[in-house]
Design a protein around this ligand. Sequence first.
Ligand code: KIV
Length: 278
Amino acid sequence: MSATAKKRALMPEDIRARKGGEPIVSLTAYTTPMAQMMDAHCDFVLVGDSVGMVLHGLPSTLGVTMEMMILHGQAVARGLDSAMMVIDMPFGSYEESPQQAFRSAARLMAETGAGAVKLEGGREMAQTIQFLVARGIPVVAHVGLTPQSINTLGGYKVQGRGEEGSGLIADARAVAEAGAFCVVLEKVPEGLANQVTEELPIPTIGIGASAGCDGQILVLDDMLGLFTAFKAKFVKRFANLGEQAEEAIADYARAVKAREFPGPEHVFADLAPQNKPS
Ligand code: KIV
């Protein structure tokens, strides 16, 4: 590729074609600078509704609105060149009917430039996924632990253990048959994730699932150690930026109180007397 040639952004068919191949790399992003940092390293970037918890201090993802998703989606889009951008459909924007889902998905894509939407749910969402895909909206499905349903799931529990496994397999099959181009498997037992990955014709993206999935995703603020309210077992902190940030803030406060900051290199000299305007 010449130095001036711009790489085209990845598309759903590129992700789909990675089934069984090189693992798909994905992270969530909510801001332009972070999107810029991950563009060269991620195949797709998810503007996750986790933004409500990690950046807005909400207790769950249930309070996230279309407006929040659009604002963060626009910010992320400004930072991406080659990675595909997927945007989460917030709670209450799609569950009522396929028509409601289409209106919300079309608005998210039109106002942010996202290449696909993600929605939570298995068999109960199959008809909606089919409706969206048939009308030009690529869909990433999300089964297993679906955080928008914590009130009916009884919390952030592992999904699909024991006899529940067959239900999870049925969910994964249903979203694949409905036309989703990949599926996130969240917090499911390793063996089950491997079984679903082997069986499905579309890539599986694991989060708390298995290294055998076709790809992995993590919440950015979790893996950077910026979100420290709690840490799920499946999160690996690849950095501890939260600790570093807190130390830097404390150091700044100390330096201000000790009048060490600003130093001579941070202040501006007055004009020499002969140059002063009379
Ligand atoms: O909102 C989000 O960050 C997600 C990931 C956990 C997959 O849905």
